[in-house]
Design a protein around this ligand. Sequence first.
Ligand SMILES: [Ca+2]
Length: 366
Amino acid sequence: MGEKQLVILLSLVMFLMIIVTSMFYYFTNQKNSKDAIEIDSSVEQKEDGHFETQVISSNLMTPWSIVFYDDIPLISSRDTGQIYEINEDGTSRIVGTIDEVTHRGEGGLLGLTIHHTNLYAYYTTSIDNRVSRYSLSGERGSLSIRYQETILDGLPIASYHNGGRIAFGPDEMLYITVGDAGDTMSAQDLSVYNGKILRMTRNGEIPDDNPFENSLIYSYGHRNPQGITWDEAGVMYSSEFGQNQWDELNIIKAGGNYGWPIVEGMEENAEFELPVQQWQVSQASPSGMTYHDGTLFLANLRGTSLRTVSITDLSKSDTYFNEEYGRIRDVAIAPDGTLWFITNNTDGRGTPSPDDDRIISVSLNR
Ligand SMILES: [Ca+2]
């Protein structure tokens, strides 16, 4: 090979290398710019086991309940009585304030639920716990509520055990969890609402097919029932705060007696409905709960984690995000199929970080 041919060959090799290198950078940058579109760099992204999370909103005050009105997330603030909508940029806007709300201990503005264009709220006043209905109007960014009617008042109050979660079942009835308000034996007394799960029409009337005649009581013997949800088959589940030992996951049956204060947890006793699973209070303290695609998701306060229970084996559970976000108060499925949970480190029992409290979304695509 002559000198001239060698120069030509080397030039050809260098030319090919430049082409290959350019193509490599071109396609690499293509991929990066595509990622940059999908992942907003202002949003925290990380992997935890199977799940990818994003911080949706920060600096919320004692958020207690999260619900979606179409695709608009709404949050109750326990201590202020305010209801916020969460804007697309993560900021929040006050939709309305329930002036009657009197925060004391665990009481305040607690559970929310949506039924068509109505918002229902469970809250503590200076004299009772009550459930009122509000109409919703406006759009994202201009949503407002208007008071319609108090459909149930006179529920027991105390500094602790106020219950407070409300949800419509697949039967279009409104279910309400009521705590024992510290009067433990009253949970067994069918003449009072302490320690009960109630069932009523959307206007607060007693349904004809309730288990006890002329009574809103659906189940009893509860200490402080919290989250309620249903699977596709219509099976109703409830989480419940235990005393010092056992938190419970119960399947709720019409007329069932869940044992408090005679039994706590899975103590064998033929008189009572036993939980399907129990957890040590320090590992759980489950509040809000939701169901999606075969799995129950439970928000854990003292357990500082999100717990999952497969309905195919109700005796087992897994936990995620242990100690990562602190206390978790409520959990809900967003219209886009992601799971959202709210932290609760500003509720007086947590150690808030500068960003608390927060809404975290979790991608469930594993
Ligand atoms: Ca029980």
